[in-house]
Ligand binder design. Structure first.
Ligand code: MG
Length: 362
């Protein structure tokens, strides 16, 4: 029996994790459930799963929060945004294996998170489908020598659109993701390709790769979830239908596999396509890489600005191209500094949010 502390239990990943626990009650139980503010759903999940700890961030006490990881074997961090980082660090410091679905933990705090994980001998298992695919293609052996990692990107709903057309797209258009069912923030980040830039940074920290070794390619069918290249020219990939239940479940059970999705019917899929990433029309991708390469507090500033800009876009306050413009403006106004602790990142995050808010003129 594996006991899971699920942070962000009412979000998309949390709900799919609940489905996995429901389907395999002999294998999994929740020791803790936590979310930000969805009290009604948290209560329903509490009544169904009877965790020892139930925590609603908006009203919970510090004492309650400190007990979140006491009874777990694995901490599934599925909170959205920068808010997830403090839980990732807390789980690591409690010595618990982390199944990481919160990419901001590595985007903003990669340096601290990796150092703390090493210090506490804690393993970070990827939940993000691309990084799970890489983990699988490396046969779960992180030390395996590879030459390149290639992340696949669906391209989002706006792949193939001209700059002109992108000026007019709305939040409703962006939320119609062609292949994946995800939360609103990450769906918009997929449309801007910021998400793919984040995943490059994630891959750097998870697999110790240099930025020059990480590439992205558009693959609209979302069947090949990522590839690992080796120096002899071989490439290994993981293929499956696009469904997050597989990488979530595998993060909880690996190296063991349990039944999950129906097997891939290649003849029914027919053709798989691959295209270069259209960076010129999606500047968020390059902005993320630029911040990732610079390191320090810049990735946290990038993310703080992005969280504010995406929220403004979802509310119809700004247009699609303004998301990148706001991020770019905040980055160029930010003086980089050392990411020498959570406080430095939280401060950079707060400043970037205020600066981004100042650039929204509606
Ligand atoms: Mg992904």
């Amino acid at each position: 029996m594996k006991r899971i502390a699920c942070i962000g239990c009412t979000g998309n990943i949390g709900k799919q994790t609940a489905q996995i626990v429901r389907e395999h009650p002999e294998r999994f139980a929740f020791s803790a459930l936590a979310c930000e503010k969805n009290a009604a759903l948290l209560e329903a999940m509490q009544n169904e799963f009877h965790p020892e700890v139930c925590y609603l961030e908006s009203v919970g006490s510090e004492a309650e929060r400190s007990r979140l990881f006491d009874g777990c074997d694995i901490a599934l961090i599925a909170a959205s945004g920068f808010a997830g980082l403090k839980y990732t660090l807390q789980a690591i410091r409690a010595g618990k294996t982390v199944a990481l679905a919160n990419k901001e933990s590595l985007v903003c705090g990669g340096e601290i998170v990796t150092a703390e994980a090493k210090k506490h001998g804690v393993e970070i298992v990827p939940v993000d489908s691309e990084h799970s695919a890489i983990f699988q293609s490396l046969s779960f052996r992180r030390g395996t020598c590879f030459s390149e990692l290639v992340l696949t990107a669906s391209g989002g709903p706006f792949f193939g659109k001209s700059r002109e057309e992108l000026n007019r797209v709305t939040a409703a258009d962006a939320l119609k993701h062609p292949t994946w069912d995800m939360g609103a923030k990450v769906t918009i980040d997929s449309a801007t390709l910021l998400n793919k830039g984040y995943e490059v940074i994630e891959a750097k920290w998870l697999y110790g790769a240099d930025f020059s070794q990480i590439k992205a390619v558009v693959h609209p069918e979302s069947i090949v979830h990522s590839l690992v290249y080796f120096k002899d020219g071989a490439a290994l990939a993981q293929l499956a239908y696009p469904d997050m239940r597989l990488p979530i479940q595998l993060a909880l059970t690996y190296p063991e596999r349990l039944p999950c999705l129906k097997p891939l019917d290649l003849a029914a899929v027919g053709a798989l396509h691959f295209y270069p990433l259209p960076e010129e029309n999606f500047p968020c991708f390059s902005l993320a890489l630029q911040a990732g390469r610079a390191g320090g507090i810049l990735p946290a500033a990038l993310n703080g600005a992005a969280e504010v800009a995406v929220k403004a876009f979802l509310l119809g306050r700004i247009g699609f191209p303004a998301i990148a413009q706001i991020i770019e403006g905040v980055l160029s106004d930010t003086v980089n500094g050392k990411a020498d602790g959570f406080e430095a990142l939280a401060e950079a995050d707060g400043r970037a949010r205020a600066a981004a808010e100042g650039k929204i003129h509606v």
